[in-house]
Design a protein around this ligand. Sequence first.
Ligand code: FAD
Length: 432
Amino acid sequence: MSKTFQAIVVGAGPAGSSAALTVARAGLDVALVERGSFPGEKNMFGGVLHRLPSLEEIFPDFWDRAPLERHIMKKGVTFMTGDSSFNTIIEAGNFDKPPYNGYTIFRPRFDNWLAQEAVKAGATLITSATVDELVYKNGKLAGVTLVGRQGELLAPVVIAADGVLSFIAKKAGLRQPTFDPGQMAVGVKALIDMPREMIDDRFGLVREQGFANEFVGCTAGVRGGGFLYTNYDSLSIGLVFHLASLRTSGKTPYDLLNEFMEQPQVAKMVRGGRLQEYSAHVIPEGGYNMIPELTGDGILVTGDAAALCNATGVNLEGINLASHSGVLAGKAVIEAHKANDFSKRGLETFRKLMNDSFVIKDLKTCRKAPHMLHNDRIYNEYPELVCSLMESIYRIEGMPKENMTKLFLKVAKKKVGLANLAADAFSAWRSL
Ligand SMILES: Cc1cc2nc3c(=O)[nH]c(=O)nc-3n(C[C@H](O)[C@H](O)[C@H](O)COP(=O)(O)OP(=O)(O)OC[C@H]3O[C@@H](n4cnc5c(N)ncnc54)[C@H](O)[C@@H]3O)c2cc1C
């Protein structure tokens, strides 16, 4: 089989479907190729879907139509040590009214819905089709080959939206052939079914309200953190680890996840639920310094394939960056068709649009965050400092009280050391 299109998009995740939708809306004949039997079948994330300015522009009623779960009105962080924890929670009134600050979603439903929107706009969706190789004719990129369907798809331009391991970007020579584990993380997640009323009562939620909680100090010394998000009638709970640190520890992610869920503070949250499934996925965490060449002759790279993930330790943003980059890649393809120039220079619009977008600007602003997050004290000493300090503040023993600053310095000196505290505060200030 050989079929010709005006553009090919590899991967029907948020980046790919956003790109295909944009290109199809301009009346171009675009193929959206997905290895899963349906878009989203193999995709997982934490996860919270954040605002998507480009899709909101394409569909003014996006948030009414997309398959969403709860809007996040309550956000918290839990600092944990073995038997103590300290929680900070914000319940912002503004997070409880539109435009909401984020929703929990299920990737199989969301990704499939977005891909079908691309199909409605005119894109040809080809599923159960893994792109294998790039096809070159007369020295120019001319399309892709498919595994399992024994054929090729031809087009003057290819958008690589095939996720974090992007074989396409590697084959086009735009990415390094090997990954640096220091720039990667791995996330493991358990989906736990729980009746809706139980979730509402347990987490203090009403109507469609949702809760997103992050955990620090819960990864048995491995650099990383935990998360718990409420869906309508299930909880997404998991851990994210820096790959290099996990490797050195010799521990397995699923053992660590089970240990996390058995800790008393967490066990209370998941009690009464029924484990439905486990899943895992890699995350590009290197930030701005990990971004490869975004364009080559006849090719553009988007989303996780271009390492467009912003993990600052405060939020984890990926889908919004992927989708926005997909729309901008689509716009660049439309321009390239108008000029009939698919060379790297003809596709330069993409790089320019990206440089002006929140995607590159945010990654640049937070470019020091990945380095800051490689500090082991964040995952061990600081949770202990916070829990120990709060315990001392709340302990009343009929003894004269210590001055608060002195108390803080005493605990900080014992747990972290004052020189480390000053250095870490400076590093955090520079990173965020
Ligand atoms: C544990 C975890 C928690 C996360 N939490 C959040 C969060 O809360 N909020 C957030 O915004 N982001 C989060 N992310 C990041 C987010 O999931 C990604 O940034 C986002 O999915 C990237 O979208 P994408 O379209 O670029 O890639 P993907 O979603 O990976 O999609 C790539 C698609 O390409 C397909 N594909 C791959 N190779 C081929 C091939 N050769 N041929 C055909 N098809 C192919 C795949 O099947 C897939 O459908 C999290 C990620 C993880 C792992």
